[in-house]
Design a protein around this ligand. Structure first.
Ligand SMILES: [Fe+2]
Ligand SMILES: [Fe+2]
Length: 352
């Protein structure tokens, strides 16, 4: 029988690397085996996720995911960013890459998610599932991958290194974080299922949110690899693109464990106040759809508004700024969410 139960330490165990990953002089997580990059903390975590997913498939439960048509393209797109670099307008691209590194670092917040009392709030058994290992190593491994741990850089530091290699250590404006924080103020989150415990709803919301961010990131990686890997506009292009490729590979277990754990919850019954029961699929799907619609529509709009302002701010000559902004806009690939506000999102499932 395949093992389905693992200790915290097991889930954080690295493979036996022959060589570490050094990016821009920074020692990062992961390493090389026979010349091939291998992601961190995967020796047990990787096969564990496969085993939990197989168990889900055997039980006939589908796997939740974000279909491609809901993934907005990275903004700015590759021709837009390349155009700015060719014009010597580096700062908006530096800002865009720095924002990605900051958002990666925020990923460490996943370790603060309070897992509800699964024994009391999930009707069926959860032993031997990804769900049962969230607090037992999966969230911690994820947090370390994103923000780094002790002497090893994580995705935050890897994006910074790739940016500095590609753009030759550009000046990084001091207000990137501040602008990011002031641009994303959101009101109190409305409860969708107030009869469930706050912890249960918050955990599902956070997991759905992170799964969507991770899926959207796939397009960002493709964009960054192309841009930072373009020797016409970037220095150390090959190396910069390689570091982004390492980050992209590290994200796979995140997408995988989150979709497995959310799908395990979908296949069960959630128990709320006074013993009231909800089908897990009803709760997870409603929260997932709500988050997906919000993020797929807000984020592209915010990036577009931010970039347009930044182009004007970093070019002193108003006429030149307008000309560059116009050309920049003309390269926009355009994208709108494929459903009107009153339309249901497609069922986001595939066979596990
Ligand atoms: Fe990441
Ligand atoms: Fe991630």
């Amino acid at each position: 029988m395949t093992a389905l139960e693992f200790s915290f330490d097991q889930l954080l165990t690295d493979d036996a690397y022959q060589e570490p990953l050094i990016a821009g002089g920074v020692r990062c997580h992961g390493g090389y085996i026979d010349g091939e990059y291998v992601s961190p903390r995967g020796a047990v975590r990787r096969p564990a996720i496969v085993a939990w997913r197989e168990r889900l498939a055997v039980g006939g439960a589908p796997l939740i995911y974000v279909p491609d048509k809901y993934v907005p393209p990275n903004y700015p797109n590759y021709p837009q960013a390349k155009f700015l670099l060719q014009e010597g307008v580096i700062e908006p691209v530096t800002r865009a890459l720095t924002i990605i590194s900051i958002v990666e670092g925020f990923g460490a917040r996943i370790r603060e998610v309070q897992v509800p009392n699964l024994g009391a709030e999930v009707k069926e058994d959860v032993a031997g599932t990804a769900l049962a290992h969230l607090a037992g190593g999966l969230f911690e491994a994820h947090a370390r991958d994103e923000a780094g741990h002790r002497d090893q850089g994580g995705h935050k530091q890897m994006w910074e290194a790739a940016r500095d290699m590609g753009l030759s250590k550009p000046h990084v404006p001091g207000d990137v974080l501040l602008r990011l924080m002031t641009g994303t103020v959101r009101g109190e989150r409305q409860r969708q299922f107030p009869a469930l415990s706050e912890r249960m709803e918050s955990m599902i919301t956070m997991m759905a949110n992170v799964l969507i961010v991770e899926t959207f990131a796939e397009d960002t990686f493709a964009w960054a690899k192309r841009l930072l890997g373009d020797p016409e506009v970037c220095a150390d292009a090959e190396r910069a693109a390689h570091v982004i490729d390492c980050v992209a590979r590290d994200e796979k277990p995140h997408v995988d464990y989150l979709s497995v754990a959310l799908s395990e919850l979908r296949a069960r019954t959630l128990v709320g106040e006074g013993g009231r029961e909800f089908a897990g699929s009803e709760v997870v799907d409603a929260i997932f759809r709500n988050q997906l619609r919000g993020m797929a529509t807000q984020r592209p709009r915010q990036s577009r508004e931010r970039l347009q302002q930044e182009i004007h701010q970093c070019i002193d000559d108003a006429a030149r700024a307008s000309a560059i902004a116009r050309r920049f806009e003309s390269l926009d690939s355009g994208w709108t969410f494929p459903h009107r506000d009153d339309e249901e999102l497609d069922v986001l499932l595939t066979a596990a």
